[in-house]
Design a protein around this ligand. Structure first.
Ligand code: HEM
Ligand code: SF4
Length: 776
């Protein structure tokens, strides 16, 4: 038996890597367009990064680290590559991957080859592929585990990534293994999750499926109470085939396996899975070996008397695992190098963790103090006494094109504030999770406390906010997603948390380990009451700072959500208005407030107008356009016209109450949200009948074959361009005037990604651009 886990990169992945440089060459020469190249590079784990001018683009390489198993040598390679080709930092992700950032596209082939030499590959780091398979970082050394799931994880990874069909699924396919029933690897929350158990002395798994975070997060349901360990391949294969055939490829927002489950219902979902499993079991599946290993523990470790958030006892007495945390998962070249120099001991093994950190396993009790001292010399923040002071955060709007808020900056601000508190207060808070938008990459819904980035409108300006999520929990049989409790302006969150620490530390009923019990016993009300003291929004003149995000000089805006993602930006604007309408409505009901009912009606009506390229603050125009665009076109029931008339009457003072329309206003919001959910990636309603008189107004503009979108901000310029192109025949040509900066960077790419051909881009005398587009 070997003393370390073995993982071999399959030949198919090597072949695909060998084919990659030719694609880059074609792309650089202009022989391969951006959209097609993206389709090839993303499944290679190579993403474009936000914030670069056209021609200056940089890329992130997400390297798959199966089960988090990484050697010191591999970390050195990753570190060297980050210095030579990236920004000199490596980033550890919540899926145990390691990312290198800011790589030039021409350097990516070299990076891939050097990774291959080190036994690593980013293949499947992104795209509609089998993503990195999670594993408990403590698997193999955890005294409470059923057994070590690392061999299973690695063998299944090899099995799945050797087949090319694993890279062309309807959407991501996420799998996790937990060696401990506590489910420290989120198996109950993945598309497919295996939790190690022993039954009658046999090793096997309880299997969960159809879970996942992101849009419409779901907890997984039990697919199998117990299967023997060698069936993991068959189950993963069965789910893959099921997903491949049933996943909705036409709408990426509803393509994940959990939507198949929603469509079929839980019972039918399980039945179908069983059918696929029976089919796979009847075949002679070519599975991989489970390569068992045992880590060396030759010398004697001493037991020590220390409990700390960063320390875990191992199976072998006197041995410990030490958890390091990097701020936002980032560690610099020099720090990582120094850290690796410290870890010379051959007994030590490493794992990346889902808290964006590194677990050092196999430290002897007697070495611990010295090691921590030395690590503190490298960076005193790596060994964190109270995990509550070190949030997990996604990259947010700093590099992610879908980001709304710059979550890493909030995370830093939180940490700066919390470490000024005394130890008792620091210890009061549980682990905090932060995502820069509702996509949950920062896993904010699994934390007892989480924050989700959002934008809110105040007096026609945007204020960065986070929704406070409370009550998340991960544990087999007791997993639960947190729920949004209240929205707090981004700039007020660190102060709020400092006050929360005081509240919790002083509350006799509170114990960090039972955070959710505390919430249920009245704690939630106390926390929300405290948060209410932080939500007031002063006018811009009184406090412009609250209108800016952490670490930003300029006012907060939704613009600049990178090239090719304009459609997503529009979705956010709509979601923002729907959310505002909903909170207006809730407030109206609680406080019998007519004005809030009025605002709910206007905001609900305004939301979907974005799809028609209409962005106005004038209530009267909003209400009348909603009628012509949605009610007259039969997308919204004619009965709602009455509510809109009543809202106008209320505004004009003709009636003084809208309370009798309460039910209809609720219905209107629900209908609008239903339509929003039916929007596909091209911003078309799935239920829409396209009428011949659609866009008459725009046809007039088009007679001149020019649309002037100067002065129209992102992403509304994109929608207006789409509206203008819609009535053209395939092959017809349109000129679009766009402002310099984000508009000319974003709109062409988004139009190209919808299949239209960009014929030219020319600078005009006034500094704006003329874009010539041929309709697909
Ligand atoms: C529709 C868009 C997206 C959804 C629904 C989504 C969802 C998620 C979720 C639920 C996680 C949590 C961890 C997990 O399940 O393993 C995650 C992880 C992650 N996401 Fe996203 N995400 C989206 C887009 C993005 C984008 C655009 C980026 C930035 C380039 C990004 C970066 C990450 C990273 C770095 C992780 C950490 C885990 C990893 O290595 O895969 N995500 N995402
Ligand atoms: S949660 Fe949003 S902001 Fe954060 S990485 Fe995911 S998509 Fe980007």
């Amino acid at each position: 038996m070997s003393n370390r886990p073995t993982f071999n990169i399959p030949d198919t992945v090597k072949e695909d890597t060998n084919n990659y440089p030719a694609l880059v060459e074609q792309f650089i020469k202009g022989d391969l367009d951006d959209a097609r190249f993206k389709g090839r590079r993303v499944p290679m784990g190579i993403y474009s990064q936000r914030g670069y001018e056209p021609g200056e683009e940089r890329y992130m390489v997400r390297v798959r680290v199966p089960g988090g198993v990484v050697t010191k040598e591999q970390l050195r390679t990753l570190n060297e590559l980050s210095k030579e080709y990236g920004n000199g930092y490596v980033h550890i992700t919540t899926r145990q991957d390691v990312q290198i950032h800011q790589v030039k596209i021409e350097d990516t082939p070299e990076v891939l080859f050097k990774l291959l030499e080190a036994g690593l590959s980013p293949r499947g780091g992104g795209g509609n592929t089998v993503r990195n398979i999670l594993n408990s970082a403590r698997a193999g050394v955890n005294p409470e585990e059923a057994f070590d799931t690392t061999p299973h994880n690695l063998a299944l990874t090899e099995y799945l990534i050797k087949t090319r069909s694993s890279f062309n699924l309807p959407r991501k396919y996420k799998i996790a293994f937990s060696s401990d029933p506590k489910d420290d690897s989120l198996a109950t929350l993945n598309d497919l999750g295996f939790i190690a158990i022993k039954q009658d002395g046999k090793r096997g798994f309880k299997v969960y499926g159809g879970g996942g975070m992101g849009g419409s997060s779901e907890l997984g349901i039990v697919l199998e109470e117990f299967v023997e360990e060698d069936k993991i391949f068959h189950i993963a294969e069965a789910i893959k085939r099921f997903f491949d055939e049933y996943g909705d490829r036409s709408n990426k927002h509803r393509a994940r396996l959990r939507f198949v489950r929603k469509r079929l219902g839980d019972e039918e979902f399980v039945n179908k899975y069983k059918e696929y499993l029976a089919e796979v079991l009847a075949e002679d599946l070519e599975v991989e070996d489970l390569n068992r290993y045992e880590e060396l523990r030759e010398s004697k470790g001493e037991k020590i008397d220390l409990t700390a958030d960063y320390l875990y006892q191992e199976k072998v007495e006197g041995y410990y695992s030490l958890e390091l945390r990097m701020e936002n998962g980032d560690i610099s070249y020099d720090e990582l190098n120094s850290l690796l120099d410290l870890l010379g001991d051959s007994e030590i093994s490493l794992r990346t963790t889902i808290k964006q950190g590194l677990l050092i396993r196999g430290v002897k009790g007697q070495q611990l103090e010295r090691l921590i001292e030395k690590i503190n010399q490298v960076n005193p923040n790596l060994v964190v006494s109270n995990m509550g002071t070190m949030p997990v955060s996604c990259k947010g709007a700093s590099t992610c094109k879908l980001g709304l808020c710059v979550s890493p900056n909030l995370s830093e601000a939180i940490r700066e504030k919390l470490i000024t508190l005394g130890d008792k207060l620091q210890a009061a808070l549980p682990q905090i999770y932060i995502s820069g938008c509702p996509n949950v990459c920062g896993q904010h819904i699994i934390g007892n406390i989480g924050f989700e980035g959002k934008a809110k409108r105040y007096n026609d300006r945007l204020v960065p906010h986070y929704a406070l999520f409370l009550g998340g929990n991960v544990e087999e049989g007791n997993s639960k997603y947190g729920e949004a409790a209240i929205d707090i302006p981004a700039k007020r969150i660190p102060e709020f948390l400092a006050e929360l620490a005081k509240l919790l530390a002083d509350d006799q009923d509170y114990n960090r380990v039972d955070f959710n019990e505390y919430l249920d016993k009245g704690g939630k009300d106390k926390i929300v009451e405290l948060a209410e003291q932080f939500i007031e929004i002063p006018t811009y003149e009184e406090d412009p700072d609250i209108y800016k995000d952490w670490g930003k000089e300029e006012d907060f805006s939704l613009a600049g959500r990178g090239p090719g993602e304009c459609g997503a930006g529009v979705m956010d604007i709509i979601q923002l208005d729907i959310n505002t309408a909903k909170s207006n409505y809730q407030k109206a009901i609680k406080e019998e407030d007519n004005n809030e009912l009025y605002k709910a009606t206007v905001n609900a009506s305004r939301s979907l107008l974005a799809v028609r390229g209409i962005d106005t603050d004038k209530d009267r125009v909003i209400l009348s356009k909603f009628k012509t665009e949605f009610i007259d076109k039969n997308l919204v029931d004619k009965g709602y016209a009455e509510v809109l008339d009543a809202a106008l009457d209320y505004k004009l003072g003709d009636i003084d109450s809208l309370l009798s329309y309460q039910g209809q206003i609720k219905g209107l919001i629900e209908r609008v949200e239903f339509l929003f959910n039916s929007l596909n990636a091209k911003l078309e309603f799935e239920l829409e009948e396209v009428t011949s008189d659609n866009n008459n107004e725009d046809k007039n503009i088009l007679d001149s074959k020019v649309v002037d979108l100067r002065g129209v901000k992102c992403p509304m310029n994109f929608v207006k361009a789409k509206v203008a192109i819609a009535p053209l025949d395939s092959g017809e040509i349109l000129d679009i005037y766009l402002d310099e900066g984000a508009p000319i960077a974003n709109v062409p790419q988004s139009l190209a990604s919808e299949g239209h051909e960009i014929l030219s881009k020319e600078k005009r005398e006034d500094g704006s651009y003329s874009l010539r587009v041929k309709k697909a």
